[in-house]
Design a protein around this ligand. Structure first.
Ligand code: BMA
Length: 335
């Protein structure tokens, strides 16, 4: 069952275009759906399996406060979820000490060359969050590569094919410069180098000042890599997580072509505004419809549930053309 476009709700201001339309069934997954006891479910990676099934690899937090990953499968990507009866991927601190405080926020990339899904996720170590990588063909057995970027680093995904012969990983290390997006390269997914700054958080009053990070894996379009990224605004009453858009050169993903000035999606619905961490929308995955244009964006809402919003790639690119700048785009010193 696909919900007709006309029934999608929009709670945004009429003065801004509705680029992302919330599904009326939101939130589509909550802890009440879970076959075992959990505190919350949010921030899911997403992919389409070969038979068209939508698979979400959900971050599930237990009542100790530690997270693991659990797969949920649905024929239409909206409802009828079949959720694994027990955790799909548990932290394994005996073998991977960096996972001692859990594993979080997976991003999934299907890599045709490997015929496998590459999952990058946050491993919560004693030294803070780091980036770990695992491969799978079926989301039942996994080959773990362990930590590939040491703490403090997160918000990562790999591109689905090599760039100039190397795999490319987008990630968000914390440095003295701030929390910016970087890109690194590897010949084998294990050893990473050629680290480059890819997109900087802005400064001052901007919605994406000081802290940004990749949201889902980039979307390959004929204009370039379309990137949803989150900006974190620190306010006296807490953080506001919102989404922005940027476009990068297809053969040279370090090169930003366009960056939107305004955010395009932020916490407005009740389930986004109130939860364990209020005012958070945090997408980690998307699926593309057969039309090659409709993106189904799965996002964690207020660290409590999973919600769905849809967008048209064509409309996102048109918005970037109208609202993005190619002058003030990549470096904070330009802003
Ligand atoms: C970020 C990540 C996300 C989380 C968000 C809001 O730093 O840890 O997993 O959803 O904070 O708490």
């Amino acid at each position: 069952m696909t919900t007709p476009e006309t029934t999608l709700v929009n709670v945004e201001s009429p003065h801004y275009p509705s680029l992302l339309l919330r599904h009326p069934g939101n939130p589509i997954l909550t802890r009440k759906d879970w076959p075992y006891s959990i505190n919350s479910v949010f921030n899911a990676g997403a992919t389409l399996l070969l038979d068209g099934t939508t698979l979400l690899l959900c971050r599930v937090e237990d009542r100790r406060g530690l997270s693991h990953l659990c797969a949920a499968r649905s024929k239409n990507g909206v409802d009828g979820w079949e959720i694994d009866r027990e955790p799909t991927l548990m932290p394994s601190p005996q073998k991977y000490p960096e996972e001692i405080w859990g594993i979080e926020d997976p991003r999934i990339t299907f890599v045709p060359e490997l015929q496998q899904y590459v999952i990058t996720y946050t491993s919560y170590s004693r030294g803070g969050p780091g980036v770990s990588l695992a491969l799978t063909r079926d989301f039942r057995s996994f080959e773990r590569y362990g930590v590939i970027m040491p703490p403090d680093d997160k918000d990562s995904a790999i591109l689905p094919r090599r760039i100039d012969g190397c795999w490319a990983l987008i990630h968000r290390p914390m440095t003295a410069l701030g929390a910016h997006m970087w890109i690194s390269y590897s010949p084998d997914l294990r050893y990473w180098g050629r680290h480059r700054l890819m997109l900087e958080a802005r400064r001052g009053a901007w919605w994406d000042a000081n802290k940004i990070g990749l949201s889902p894996p980039p979307i390959e379009t004929d204009r370039g890599w379309l990137v949803f990224y989150h900006g974190v605004r620190h306010t006296p009453s807490g953080c506001l997580y919102r989404l922005g858009l940027a476009l990068f050169n297809i053969e040279n993903p370090e090169k930003c072509l366009l960056r939107g000035d305004s955010w395009i999606f932020g916490p407005e619905a009740d389930y986004e505004r109130h939860g364990d961490v209020s005012d958070v929308v945090f997408p980690c995955g998307y699926t593309m419809d057969a039309d090659g244009d409709t993106v189904n964006l799965y996002y964690g809402a207020a660290d409590c549930s999973i919600a769905l919003a849809r967008a048209s790639v064509r409309a996102l690119l048109a918005w970037l053309d109208a609202n993005g700048s190619c002058e003030r785009r990549q470096r904070a010193e330009d802003l």
